[in-house]
Design a protein around this ligand. Structure first.
Ligand code: PLP
Length: 405
């Protein structure tokens, strides 16, 4: 064990010095390499969690380490009073590989969404008047934890006790076009959709639903916003999930995997929409800082390759096959679903509310895995996880379930 891995701080310290809004597991990870992580005691884990769909290239990928260390020796921060080379290069690369003409940089998914929602309101205000301010999103969606994004999100528990919340937000039922039709009107400035509900249980949007939503937005002069914070950067097998569907949004938000673990987010949009965020209307001290942009530039270069993206589809299928085999053995799942390497397994009645217990048992067996609500196991590993690590992780999951059965 290296000196830096000596356990001189413990999980107990968390409860003494940290605000209790999280309840982290008992082990403290100290080192990662590829799809492997080691804790303070030197115990090794397979990482099926990817830091919640963030570590797209696994841990300490040489291209990212090199981009970060190179930039760290050159320039860390200048603020948006000046621009910087990595931000310009990254924005150009994002524009070149997506529908977008313009980019706004933020530090997280929540901030990218905050920018998207503000832009949607501002655009409508400028073009149609202040009465056009309603944002429609969907029950069970998740868009971040700022007061605006948590209010747009469709999970009531996250706004409890935080009233008064922003007004002008309506919620429709995901994949139910009639429910969107019932709410959309000339007052609607934006419809916000996650192409796959991530936190909401790994549920994919139907193609017909996305097509109809695009049409309704056009009919009502509302902007279509895709929140691709979780689905972006190859997670579903294409660079962005909208590319699979062929439905092009007006605004797209991306974060999580964009920095592969270094905090960065971005909002992408068209020239026509971008014009509404004129000088002074929005901003961020750190958004587009050289360190984050240098890492994201390297990550985008690595991820946006046909071989890597094809690998995502193949690896996702391998994981699903493994989960089906587990299901045959243990009778665990009602449904196994998801796109690419965003895989969900919804537990059946016999395992009701046991997702967290399975996650904890998996950790004991040396597997980091995610949940999405009390009944869904979620897997969102590195996009380049070796097949051997997938198989080993699935074996450990089987041991965890055996221990619980
Ligand atoms: N949007 C989606 C779809 C997400 O999954 C998340 C995080 O889970 C967010 C937004 C918020 O991102 P962040 O935690 O970086 O603010």
């Amino acid at each position: 064990m290296s000196k830096s891995a000596q356990p001189n701080v413990s999980r107990a310290l968390f409860d003494q010095v940290m605000v209790p809004n999280y309840s982290p597991g008992t082990m403290i990870p100290v080192r990662g390499e590829g799809s492997h992580v080691w804790d303070q005691n030197g115990k090794e884990y397979i990482d099926f969690a990817g830091g919640i769909a963030v570590s797209a290239l696994g841990h300490t990928h040489p291209a990212l380490v090199s981009a970060l260390t190179r930039q760290a020796q050159q320039l860390w921060h200048v603020s948006n009073v000046l621009t910087n080379e990595p931000a310009l290069r990254l924005a150009k690369a994002l524009v070149e590989c997506t529908f977008a003409d313009k980019v706004f940089f933020a530090n997280s998914g929540g901030e990218a969404n905050e920018a998207a929602f503000k832009l949607a309101r501002r655009y409508a205000w400028e073009h149609y008047g202040s009465q056009k301010n309603e944002i429609i999103s969907f029950y069970n969606s998740f868009h971040g934890r700022t007061l605006f994004t948590v209010s747009v999100g469709g999970q009531k528990k996250y706004t409890e006790g935080f009233a008064p919340v922003p007004e002008g937000i309506r919620h429709a039922t995901y994949n139910d076009i009639d429910s969107l039709k019932a709410l959309i009107s000339e007052r609607t400035c934006a419809v916000v959709i996650e192409p796959v509900l991530g936190e909401g249980g790994v549920v994919s949007a139907d193609h017909a639903f996305l097509t109809a939503a695009r049409k309704l937005c056009d009919q009502h002069n509302a902007l279509l916003v895709f929140d691709e914070v979780q689905t972006g950067l190859g997670r579903t097998g294409s660079l962005y999930a909208y590319m699979n569907s062929g439905i092009v949004p007006d605004i797209l938000t991306t974060a999580k995997a964009l920095g592969g673990g270094f905090p960065i987010g971005a909002m992408l949009t068209s020239d026509a929409c971008a014009a509404s965020l004129s000088v002074g209307t929005h901003g961020s001290t750190y958004g587009g800082n050289p360190l984050g942009c240098a890492v994201a530039e390297a990550l985008l270069q690595e991820v946006n390759r046909p071989e890597l993206l094809a690998g995502v589809t193949h690896k996702g299928a391998r994981i699903k096959e493994g989960l089906h085999a587990l299901n045959d053995q243990f009778g665990l799942f009602k449904e196994i679903r998801g796109e690419g390497l965003l895989v969900g397994g919804e537990l059946n009645a016999a395992w009701q509310d046991q997702a967290k217990a399975i996650m904890t048992a998996a950790c004991e067996q040396g597997l980091m895995i995610l949940i999405a609500g009390p009944n869904v196991l979620r897997i969102a590993p590195s996009l380049i996880i070796p097949d051997a690590d997938i198989d080993l992780g699935l074996q450990r999951l089987a041991l965890a379930i055996e221990a619980l059965s």
